[in-house]
Ligand binder design. Structure first.
Ligand code: GLN
Length: 479
């Protein structure tokens, strides 16, 4: 295989070739590491590149030879978002606050990747503390979308999506609190799965909004995402919200038949504010399913109107509490020359956090303050119950719900930094899913008039990763 063929291959293909002895993990890992070193200057998709990846790959090759590692992803390299703890490797959350934080332990998902025989290439760029939709708020500078110069890669897992799109990692892990796996996957033209809340351990994921955060895979294909999901999912006693989940039957995903399945299309996902090209591409993909015998029905989901305020109230409330631990005492950044404790708190937080993070902390404290708690936070919890009811009703009728991932394709760099509200509104199609913990996948479905990728979002019932991955794989088989 040539260098280019290795870089372009999907993870399962690399896994097969390593297993058969046609390639070694060392060869594959070396190829990716040297490509990252040579080419990532253009994209800035990595914050840290592993110094040990090639020697780790060599050890994995020995274990594969000895028959100790036999899984489909053994020997395959993977990139990990920089808010997931990696023992001995910087985990900065793209923040000055954690720019010196070297975790003494691995996140559960990282342990699981290693147990599978996967090799960690490095840590990927992101919006600071996963707050944002463009990867422009990173302390380490913005990531560039490999599919279009001058375009953002989406966020917050922009580095994880861009590294896969630029052939600088075969697969990666991202995290999704309100769309941060699906939206960058959509903007960069790759596939990203946000699993059901609780199926993948959050132990070692730096918390943003704990009731919404979920780790998931990004890859070139739905089948790669299915296999990586199987590798990282499972109950973990270290995460109290962790729940039992079925492993996905990847063979059934690969041969999934959509005939007789029922697709629901929320009209509001195709209404005002959604780009015409985005609507057209997603509806063409739906037609592809219809032509194979799936039934398609439009329905109304007016609760979508409350998606953004509900999400931002809950997310900011949880964030301000989670981020109170960064006080200059226990973790990360501490300024020089402080006189007293109050000064230490104030200066650590003022100098350590960026603008967007501060905005969220202020919003969160506001909605939780005694005078406003009922008006905002309690209202948001009521809206959450209504959102749950709307989806419960939809899933009585449909196997999956399909819509766009985002109202537009990748924005121009710099466009939304000056207008945070505009950026928040771009989350309209993704945030509902996190509020009630559903699984959803982002699948590339063609391009807009400027050649930028469009993403279709397939939403499933709780714990039904199997069906949404099946729909995604069926589409990728056919196009
Ligand atoms: N764009 C959303 C936000 O800024 C989602 C972020 C995420 O999923 N981490 O909150």
């Amino acid at each position: 295989m040539t260098r280019e063929e290795i870089l372009r291959a999907d993870a399962l293909t690399l896994g097969k070739l390593i297993k058969s002895g046609d390639l070694t993990s060392e060869q594959v890992t070396e190829t990716f590491i040297s490509a990252v070193k040579a080419e990532d200057g253009k994209y800035n998709s990595y914050i840290t590149v592993s110094e040990d990846a090639v020697s780790e790959a060599r050890q994995i090759d020995d274990k594969i030879m000895a028959g100790e590692l036999t899984g489909p992803l053994a020997g395959v390299p993977v990139a990990v978002k920089d808010n997931i703890c990696t023992k001995g490797m910087l985990t900065s959350c793209a923040s000055k606050m954690l720019s010196n934080f070297i975790p003494p332990y691995d996140a559960t998902v990282v342990k699981k990747l290693k147990a599978e025989g996967m090799v960690i290439l490095g840590k990927t760029n992101m919006d600071e503390f996963a707050m944002g939709s463009t990867t422009e708020t990173s302390f380490y500078g913005p990531t560039v979308n490999p599919r279009g110069t001058g375009r953002v890669p989406g966020g917050s897992s922009g580095g994880s999506a861009a590294s896969v799109a630029a052939d600088l990692a075969p697969v990666s892990l991202g995290s999704d609190t309100g769309g941060s796996i699906r939206q960058p996957a959509s903007f960069c033209g790759v596939t990203g799965l946000k699993p059901t809340y609780g199926t993948v351990s959050r132990y070692g994921l730096v918390a943003f909004a704990s009731s919404l955060d979920q780790i998931g895979p990004i890859g070139k294909t739905a089948l790669d995402c299915a296999e990586l999901y199987n590798a990282i999912s499972g109950v973990d006693e270290r995460d109290q919200s962790s729940t039992v989940s079925q492993k996905v039957d990847t063979k059934a995903v690969a041969s999934f038949d959509v005939s007789g399945r029922k697709i629901g299309i929320p009209e509001e996902y195709f209404g005002e504010g959604i780009d015409e090209d985005v609507k057209a591409r997603v509806m063409e993909a739906v037609k592809f399913y219809e032509d194979q015998g799936a039934s398609v029905e439009k329905f109304k989901m007016p609760i979508i109107e409350y998606a953004i305020p509900t999400y931002y109230i809950i997310a900011c409330a949880e964030a301000c509490s989670n981020l109170s631990r960064y006080d200059g005492v226990k973790y990360g950044f501490r300024p020089e020359g402080v006189d007293n404790l109050m000064d230490l708190y104030i200066r650590s937080r003022s100098e350590g956090f960026g603008m967007e993070v501060k905005r969220r902390i202020m919003l969160g404290n506001f909605v939780l303050s005694s005078g406003y708690y009922d008006a905002y936070y309690n209202k948001a919890l009521q809206a959450k119950a209504l959102i749950k009811k709307a989806f419960d009703e939809a899933f009585e009728k449909y196997d999956v719900v399909i819509g766009p991932v985002a109202p537009t394709t990748a924005l121009k760099a710099g466009e939304s930094l000056s207008d945070p509200l505009k950026m928040y509104l771009g989350d309209i199609c993704t945030v509902l899913i996190n509020i009630i913990g559903l699984p959803a996948i982002s699948v590339p479905c063609g391009n807009d008039r400027d050649g930028m990728p469009v993403g279709m979002q397939i939403i499933g019932k709780h714990y039904d990763e199997q069906t949404i991955l099946g729909f995604a794989a069926n589409y990728q088989r056919g196009v």
